[in-house]
Design a protein. Structure first.
Length: 248
């Protein structure tokens, strides 16, 4: 596991240093409508993604993985205005380190850390899930999951999300298809902009909103090695995640 964590750290370092860091210092140039659109895209890209079936790991189980998520940006014009170099952004790719630990009574706990390549932005998130149906040969597993994520590295913005989702899954040999629905609540708060608006502007105010979330995926387990693929739609944005790790 130590070697895996070391490899994962190197992976994140290479991914986040491969592109010269861009600056999101242009948020103050957005009007309120574009700030809302910017925040909606950010919520889809930066909210927590478990990439896990509903079956509990059990008190001795754990799942550690590297993941890469690509999220389509629906409001590219708002991102162009927010990024100081005016870069056109159609997709954001985010590498992530993820760790899940099984606990008694069908409860799992997960934490995740990610950094966005090309930006000085990082996210930290966690989840707690409860499988009220463990699943069996004939019955699927059902789990309720609470998630939270917090974004750091943007001087002009406080940004966080929390979500609640219901997941169902059913294993077939080495394959475990799963799917789920939920809601994601976002708080996007400009810092120092409302009090000191740009010339001719009216400043920005906090945006709080809730969007629907749906996802489907498959977990493939070969001995202790684990591969996952997931499609997620949070709000109007599609995200695609590939996962590789170890699951016991």
């Amino acid at each position: 596991m130590k070697q895996f964590l070391k490899t994962g750290s190197i992976f994140l370092l290479l991914a986040t240093s491969s592109v010269q860091a861009a600056d999101l210092g242009g948020i103050e140039l957005l009007d309120q409508q574009d700030f809302r659109l910017f925040s909606e895209d950010a919520a889809s890209a930066l909210s927590y993604k478990a990439v896990e079936p509903a079956e509990p790991l059990g008190w001795a189980g754990f799942d550690i993985a590297l993941e890469i998520t690509a999220t389509d940006m629906k409001n590219a014009a708002a991102w162009v205005a927010a990024v100081s170099d005016g870069e056109i952004i159609d997709t954001i790719v985010i590498p992530r380190l993820h760790f899940h630990k099984g606990l008694p009574l069908g409860i799992d706990f997960g934490i995740a850390y990610s950094e966005i390549p090309g930006y000085d932005i990082s996210t930290t998130g966690f989840e707690v899930s409860y499988a009220f149906l463990d699943g069996s040969t004939l019955m699927p597993a059902l789990a309720l999951r609470y998630t939270m994520s917090d974004v750091s590295g943007i001087d002009e913005l406080d940004f966080s999300t929390q979500g609640l989702e219901l997941t169902i899954s059913k294993g077939f040999a080495m394959f475990t298809p799963y799917g789920g629905i939920g809601r994601v609540e976002t708080d996007s708060t400009p810092k120092g902009i409302a009090a000191e608006p740009f010339p001719g502007g009216a400043g920005l105010v906090k945006e709080s909103f809730t969007v629907n979330k749906t996802y489907i995926g498959v977990n493939i387990n070969v001995l202790v090695m684990d591969i996952g693929l997931e499609w997620d739609k949070t709000g109007e944005n599609n995200s695609y995640t590939a996962k590789f790790g170890f699951r016991f």
